[in-house]
Design a protein around this ligand. Structure first.
Ligand SMILES: Cc1ncc(C[n+]2csc(CCOP(=O)(O)OP(=O)(O)O)c2C)c(N)n1
Ligand code: SF4
Ligand SMILES: [Mg+2]
Length: 305
């Protein structure tokens, strides 16, 4: 595995061509562009239904310049498992070359409806990399809440703000015994591209959870996408860490976090959470951020020895 320290360490060829129909400032496509520039060929991408598929494959056009399969909303990891098993069998017979199978899926297709397939693939131990771009709702179908939607965020199915916390998908996949699970953000391009290469190089089911700000569904101005990703990390709302063979490491230490309000107030989806009468919900949100950070620090300390 070669390290990425300069832009020239990435592959020159774009995997997702310009001209797709994503909204201006779409964080998911910024992340996917980086992922495809970093991934070591040969690989095959599997994408379930969601914004990424809809904006990149309107018949008769495609934006994909890499082998790519679109599958149903619920079965990306099952299809990826089948491709991986078939390639393994062909290689055994000397008939083909192993490709890494890389799933790139939204949060709805990962945390919710695709979860059964994901859990099965990780439990069976397939050699694949699963990347979730997390825009924290079902954006493609009109901004419905998902298990990744944070507490207090308004969606079309939670107009007064979601009452439940975000599901901790990383811990769940660590619990499946994955050799490598990590988080990243498109504003930290070296972190993201190096984690793609690292996760790809490890045999077995590996997982990356990437924050993907969405101007349309989070209600912020499109030029603020990268700032939004940065604020998510610097407020400790979206910590950047990795878990390698059970050992936790915080990759981006935030010693003096920015106030969470700096992040929340730029997004109209949190308008309800910021109302004075909802101060108790905001407190719950802040407590969740603090508890998770403390948990990560403890896990990093306990597992480092
Ligand atoms: C079984 C099934 N249920 C519902 C849908 C409708 N559907 C397609 S994409 C989608 C939401 C995708 O959300 P997410 O995975 O978060 O991706 P995003 O659009 O946010 O990028 C839904 C509800 C479907 N295609 N199939
Ligand atoms: S709705 Fe959000 S995730 Fe979907 S294309 Fe637009 S900005 Fe990207
Ligand atoms: Mg989504």
């Amino acid at each position: 595995m070669s390290q990425v320290s300069r832009l020239s360490d990435l592959y020159g060829r774009e995997g997702l061509s310009p001209g797709h129909s994503a909204c201006r400032g779409c964080g998911a496509t910024v992340a996917v562009r980086q992922i495809l520039l970093a991934a070591e060929p040969p690989f095959i991408v599997v994408t379930p239904t969601g914004c990424l598929e809809v904006i990149s494959s309107q018949f008769p056009y495609t934006s994909w310049r890499v082998p790519w399969v679109h599958v149903a909303f619920e079965n990306a990891a099952a299809v990826a498992s089948g491709i991986e098993a078939a390639l393994r069998a062909l290689e055994r017979k000397g008939l083909g070359r192993r490709h890494k199978v890389i799933v790139i899926a939204g949060d709805g297709g990962t945390f919710d409806i695709g979860f059964q397939a994901l859990s099965g693939a990780f439990e069976r131990g397939h050699d694949l990399l699963y990347i979730c771009y997390d825009n924290e709702a079902y954006m493609n179908t009109g901004i419905q809440r998902s298990a990744a939607t944070p507490l207090g965020s308004a969606t079309t199915t939670t107009p007064a703000g979601k009452r439940e916390q975000k599901k901790d998908i990383v811990s769940i996949l660590v619990g499946h015994g994955s050799p490598y699970v990590a988080t990243s953000s498109p504003h930290l391009w070296k972190d993201l591209t190096n984690k793609v290469r690292k996760a790809q190089s490890i045999e077995g089911p590996t997982f990356l959870h990437v924050v993907a700000p969405c101007p349309r569904g989070w209600y912020f101005e499109p030029q603020l996408t990268i700032k939004m990703a940065k604020l998510a990390v610097e407020t400790r709302i979206f910590p950047i860490y990795e878990v390698e063979n059970g050992k936790y490491r915080i990759n981006y230490m935030i010693n003096r976090p920015r106030p969470v309000e700096e992040y929340l107030k730029l997004q109209s989806r949190f308008a309800y959470l910021l109302r004075p009468e909802n101060a108790h919900l905001l407190e719950r949100f802040k407590q969740w951020v603090e508890d998770r950070w403390n948990y990560l620090q403890k896990m990093a300390a306990v597992t480092s020895s």
